[in-house]
Design a protein around this ligand. Structure first.
Ligand code: AMP
Length: 282
């Protein structure tokens, strides 16, 4: 497995692979890998001749400096895990390599308002930073297919929108959420939870399941309010519980029953901010 940190070196290998007619699959990550990430990589290995995984904690998408500072970084362990699942190349650039100048960090993509709701409302500029780095990474790695987890549901919708509006010849492959046995969605941030917080954290999954069970019988407002209460009672500070249309991410009217919807949650346990979601209806 190649471990590369220079863009030009990646391009040389990618050109060789493409000239040989080999298909390339790409999985962008911020490292601190867990089974959720590895599920994406394993699917990519099955569906492509060559697989590239990027490990890059993208400073431009962090609106909270403390979150950036405390984000776990475990490159040696990541490389060992990727070797085990037959990844072909790890691209682990420095911030300077990705953003050589101050201007190269600025982004102004038209994301059709998809970036203004939920995570976008609570993390201003976050999705501009995500789209900027994914756009750069896709241009460097030139994949046929790129894999994104449904764990970051809004991000997936926005990346699909970006690829469609820029006309990039890349298939975006969504991968279902991978959960711990007790329902907690796997996340690099979970390792920052204390033992007690870790016991409480699956309440998010329970609230999502509660909404799914009751979504035909109650209104959107009733469902959202009940879930917020469940989470607050368990000790969370809730940013939002939002039931939205799966494609437009627009809120449903309060009296509507959720069909072809998704419920998205963001909530803090202490300093750790967790997100999760579940698709509702058919
Ligand atoms: P991150 O390193 O958090 O930026 O995640 C890299 C990719 O892995 C993103 O497409 C995430 O949505 C995906 N991912 C992270 N955790 C999970 C999970 N528990 N299940 C499925 N995909 C995940």
């Amino acid at each position: 497995m190649l471990v590369i940190n220079k863009i030009e070196e990646v391009k040389v290998v990618v050109n060789e692979w493409r000239q040989k007619g080999l298909s390339i699959g790409f999985v962008p990550t911020m490292g601190a890998l867990h089974q959720g990430h590895l599920t994406l990589v394993k699917q990519a290995v099955k569906e492509n001749d060559k697989v590239i995984v990027s490990v890059f904690v993208n400073p431009v998408q962090f609106n909270n400096p403390r979150d950036l500072e405390t984000y776990p970084r475990t490159l040696d362990a990541d490389v060992a895990m990727l070797q085990e699942v037959d990844c072909d190349m790890v691209f682990a650039p420095t911030a300077k390599e990705m953003y050589p100048t101050a201007e190269s960090t600025s982004a102004n993509y038209d994301l059709g308002g998809l970036d203004e709701v939920m995570e976008g409302a609570y993390r201003p500029g976050h999705f501009q930073g995500v789209v900027l780095v994914v756009d750069k990474l896709l241009r460097i790695t030139q994949p046929y297919k790129a894999y994104f987890g449904k764990k970051d549901y809004q991000q997936l919708v926005i990346i699909k929108h970006m690829v469609a509006t820029l006309g990039l010849p890349i298939q975006i492959v969504p991968v279902p959420i991978v959960r711990e046995a007790d329902g907690l969605a796997m996340s690099s941030r979970n390792r920052r939870l204390t033992e007690v917080q870790r016991q409480v954290a699956p309440t998010i999954f329970k609230s999502l399941e509660w909404i799914k069970t009751h979504c035909q019988a109650k209104t959107v407002t009733e469902l959202e309010q009940a879930a917020v209460k469940q989470l607050e009672t368990a000790g969370f500070k809730v940013d939002y519980v939002s039931i939205v249309d799966r494609l437009s991410l627009q809120t449903l009217s309060p009296e509507q029953k959720p069909v072809h919807a998704v419920v998205c949650v963001a909530a803090y346990l202490g300093e750790v901010r967790l997100i999760d979601n579940m698709e509702l209806g058919s």
